[in-house]
Design a protein around this ligand. Structure first.
Ligand SMILES: Nc1ncnc2c1ncn2[C@@H]1O[C@H](COP(=O)(O)OP(=O)(O)OP(=O)(O)O)[C@@H](O)[C@H]1O
Ligand SMILES: [Mg+2]
Length: 266
């Protein structure tokens, strides 16, 4: 559905940031994208929804191409992008306006707008906050409003670019919950993160290093076959537990569940 074909990109000529990258993400996938700082993750994310255009190769979404100016509006509408810093998200004065802004941009009919705002705020448990202003919200709440603003546009793919990195554990957990629920409802999720415990929720992991894809497969296989410290990444607790205790039960994000299932099998 979303296809990179031999994509190369640089900001300055001679300094390749994305180097001949090809992959396809299918509808309904939940993909984690990891890699060290500066490896090109955010650049890839911006190439995905046409905020940046490839210097070589092509990025297509269904039958639309980011290199085709006539397709860009549709691509922005279908592929939502949540930035790392919740402070960067807000461009208007209230939560309601923030969601409204996007909907007016894509010319949603007046009579549909109220319903979309209401549903989007419900989805992120922010119903009571339509009139709230940015400074009245916590970082986690701002991030959830950003998600609501994207949800209201009814995209097919949402890219979370380190959307949990500025949040405390509780805020992170709430955003993760939203992500999992959206995936359960069939949304395609692309999750860029440094929190390696979060990648265990994904079905597929892409490792980016020096502008190239170094691994593409299941997170469990990733932790078995790749030396994560080579890429300035760390092993989450449940992976260390699984490896150190030589558990037979499949690796999951929930270490308590893993222990329980190992015990029950014995
Ligand atoms: N607007 C820009 N102009 C010039 N160089 C840039 C620009 N944005 C990013 N870069 C460079 O491109 C490289 C990749 O940056 P990118 O933001 O894609 O990495 P990243 O993997 O998202 O990093 P992080 O984990 O720190 O978010 C870095 O070397 C960065 O300095
Ligand atoms: Mg980044």
């Amino acid at each position: 559905m979303l296809t990179f074909e031999h994509v190369s990109f640089y900001y300055r000529k001679g300094q390749l940031i994305v180097d001949d990258v090809s992959f396809t993400i299918e509808a309904g996938e939940y993909v984690a994208l990891v890699g060290p700082n500066g490896s090109g993750k955010s650049t890839i994310a911006k190439l995905m929804n046409g905020l940046l255009l490839p210097k070589k190769g092509s990025v297509s979404f269904k039958d639309l191409m980011t290199s085709n100016p006539g397709d860009l509006a549709m691509i922005h509408e279908q592929i939502g992008y949540i930035f790392q810093n919740p402070e960067d998200q807000f461009i208007t004065t209230t939560v309601m306006d923030e969601i409204l802004f996007g909907l007016e941009n894509i010319r949603v009919p007046r009579e549909e707008i109220c319903m979309r705002i209401e549903h989007a705020l419900q989805a992120v448990q922010m119903e009571g906050y339509a009139g709230a202003m940015p400074h009245e919200l916590s970082g986690g709440q701002k991030q959830r409003v950003a998600i609501a603003a994207i949800l209201a546009m009814r995209p097919q793919i949402i890219i979370f670019d380190e959307a949990t990195s500025m949040l405390d554990p509780e805020g992170r957990e709430q955003v993760m919950k939203n992500m999992k629920e959206l995936h359960r409802q069939g949304m395609t999720i692309i999750h860029i993160t440094h929190h390696m415990d979060e990648v265990l929720f994904a079905k597929r992991l892409l490792l980016l290093h020096e502008g190239r894809i170094k691994f593409d497969g299941e997170p469990a296989t990733f932790f078995e076959t790749v030396n994560v410290t080579d890429y300035q990444l760390d092993k989450p607790f449940s992976v260390r537990l699984h490896q150190n205790l030589h558990l037979n039960t499949p690796l999951t994000a929930d270490w308590k569940e893993m222990i329980r299932s190992e015990w029950n099998a014995n």
